[in-house]
Ligand binder design. Structure first.
Ligand code: SF4
Length: 427
C-alpha cells in the first residue's frame, strides 16, 4: 500500500513516526508524499498549544476532504481523543482515531488487519529517535509527563502523570545499543528532572546518567528538558562532574523575574544562573528555549533576556511566540496586541541568531570538540557530532564510516542556516 504519513507532533511523536515508517517499509508498504492518491493516510497531531490544536484540526479536516473517498485516514497523537468529538469525524467509517500513546503497532495493525501487541522491546525501540537516521547518535525518551503548572503550559488542560521507563529496562536497552555501535545518547522527556518519581518515589536521573556513562564505548551524553524548579543537588553534581555529559538543556523562557513569576516557573533568575554557572565551570554547553510575547512583557524584559543569554553564552535551541488559549491561566493576564507580540519575537530572534553563532564559535575551544563522531551522510555532506551536530564537505571526512572518531578540531563555521544541523564547519 502507498501510505502518506504526516507528523505535526513533538520529538516523541517524531520518534514514533520514524519507527512507524521503518516498520511499514519492512512490511513492503511504500511511503508517499501524495496525500490525494495515497491508499491510507496517517496524521499525528499535537495538543501543545491552542494554536497547534486549531492547526491540527484544520489539517485533519483538509486531509479528509482531499483524500480519495475509499482511503482511510488514521488520526493519532495527542489530539486524537479530542478530534473524535468533531462533526466531520463522527459516523465516518473512513476515519479511524487511534488514541494509544504508542501508536506504532495499533496503526500497523489497522493497516495490515492484524492484532499484534506492543512488546516491552518494541516500546523501548519506539522511544528511540535516530539522529541523522542512524543509530550512532540517538535520542531516548526516558520519561513522559510533568507535575509543574507553568501558567502557559498544556499541563492545565492536557495533564499527563509522570511515567518513567523502568530504570533497569532502559539501562539494559541502551547498553545493548552501545554495544551495537551507539556513541552519543541524548536523554529526553517532558520534564526529565522528574525521572523516576512515579516508580521509585524519588528522582533517579543522576544515578541513571552515572551508570550509563560507565559503558566504555559510549562517548557523549546530552541531557534535555531539565528544569531549574526541580533541580536537586545530586543531579547537579552528576551533570557537572560527569565527563561524558557535554550538554545540558535547561529551560529558561525569560530572564525577567517578573515574567518568570507570572509564568509560575517556580524559580527565579538567580536560581537558574547558579545552575548554569556550576555547569559551565565544568565545561558543559548549556542550551535553552525562550518564549516571547508573554502577557505584560515589556521592552525591558526582552532586554534582560537578550543580555543574559549573551553574557552567559547560552545556546538558544528555540524561541516560541506566546499563544493565548482560554484553557491556560495566563489567559487571565493582560495580553499584548498581535503586532506587539510579533515585534517582540522579531527582536529576540534577530539578537539570538547572532548570539547563537558566537556561542557555537566559542564552543570550538571546548576540550570535547577535539573529538567528533561521524553520525551520518547525506548528499555530499558528512554529519559530525559531539554535542551539537554539524556538517562538513571535506572529502576525506566524507569517506569515513559511521562511528569514526575524528580527532581534528573544526577551525571555524563557514555557513549557517537555521538549526545547528545546518551549520557547515571547516575542518
Ligand atoms: S516545566 Fe515544562 S512541561 Fe512542566 S509545566 Fe512547565 S512548561 Fe510545562
Amino acid at each position: 500500500m502507498n501510505v502518506f504519513i504526516l507528523n505535526d507532533g513533538c520529538v516523541r511523536e517524531d520518534a514514533l513516526t520514524q519507527n512507524l515508517r521503518e516498520r511499514l517499509k519492512k512490511e513492503n508498504h511504500s511511503i508517499t508524499t501524495d496525500y490525494k492518491n495515497a491508499d491510507i493516510l496517517v496524521y499525528t497531531t499535537c495538543a501543545g498549544t491552542g494554536y497547534s490544536i486549531d492547526e491540527c484540526i484544520k489539517t485533519s479536516y483538509c486531509l479528509q476532504y482531499y483524500k480519495k473517498k475509499t482511503s482511510p485516514l488514521i488520526i493519532t497523537g495527542c489530539l486524537a481523543g479530542l478530534v473524535k468529538e468533531l462533526d466531520f469525524v463522527k459516523n465516518r467509517n473512513d476515519i479511524k482515531i487511534i488514541e494509544n500513546k504508542d501508536f506504532v503497532v495499533p496503526v500497523t495493525n489497522y493497516i495490515n488487519e492484524e492484532n499484534k501487541r506492543t512488546t516491552k522491546k518494541l516500546s523501548l525501540e519506539h522511544a528511540t529517535r535516530k539522529i541523522c537516521n542512524e543509530d550512532i547518535f540517538i535520542q531516548f525518551m526516558l520519561e513522559d509527563g510533568c507535575t509543574n503548572k507553568c501558567s502557559f503550559c498544556k499541563t492545565h488542560y492536557y495533564p499527563k502523570k509522570v511515567e518513567s521507563i523502568s530504570y533497569l529496562d532502559a539501562l539494559t536497552y541502551l547498553k545493548e545499543k552501545i554495544r551495537n555501535g551507539t556513541k552519543i545518547i541524548s536523554l529526553s522527556g517532558d520534564n526529565l528532572t522528574l525521572y523516576g518519581i512515579d516508580i521509585y518515589k524519588k528522582p533517579v536521573l543522576h544515578n541513571f546518567i552515572h551508570e550509563l556513562s560507565e559503558e566504555e564505548r559510549l562517548k557523549y551524553i546530552i541531557v534535555n528538558e531539565i528544569t531549574a524548579q526541580n533541580m536537586y543537588p545530586d543531579l547537579l553534581e552528576e551533570l557537572a562532574s560527569n565527563k561524558k555529559v557535554v550538554q545540558v538543556s535547561l529551560q529558561l523562557e525569560s530572564a525577567s523575574d517578573k515574567i518568570l513569576k507570572a509564568m509560575n516557573r517556580g524559580h527565579n533568575l538567580e536560581k537558574y544562573d547558579y545552575i548554569v554557572r556550576r555547569l559551565q565551570e565544568q565545561g558543559k554547553i548549556i542550551d535553552t528555549v525562550l518564549m516571547t510575547g508573554f502577557p505584560t512583557e515589556t521592552e525591558e524584559d526582552l532586554e534582560k533576556t537578550i543580555n543574559y543569554i549573551k553574557e552567559r553564552k547560552i545556546y538558544v535551541e528555540g524561541i516560541s511566540g506566546y499563544e493565548d488559549f482560554y484553557a491556560i491561566p495566563s489567559h487571565e493576564l493582560e495580553q499584548l496586541s498581535n503586532s506587539e507580540k510579533r515585534r517582540h519575537l522579531m527582536t529576540v530572534s534577530e539578537a539570538i541568531q547572532k548570539s547563537n553563532y558566537e556561542v557555537l564559535e566559542n564552543t570550538m575551544d571546548y576540550s570535547f570538540t577535539k573529538e567528533s563522531i561521524v553520525v551520518g551522510h547525506n548528499d555530499k555532506r558528512v554529519y559530525l557530532a559531539n554535542s551539537m551536530t554539524h556538517y562538513s564537505i571535506k572529502k576525506d571526512l566524507y569517506s569515513l564510516p559511521l562511528g569514526t572518531i575524528v580527532k581534528d578540531q573544526p577551525k571555524r563555521i563557514v555557513k549557517r542556516i537555521g538549526s545547528t544541523i545546518n551549520f557547515q564547519y571547516r575542518y
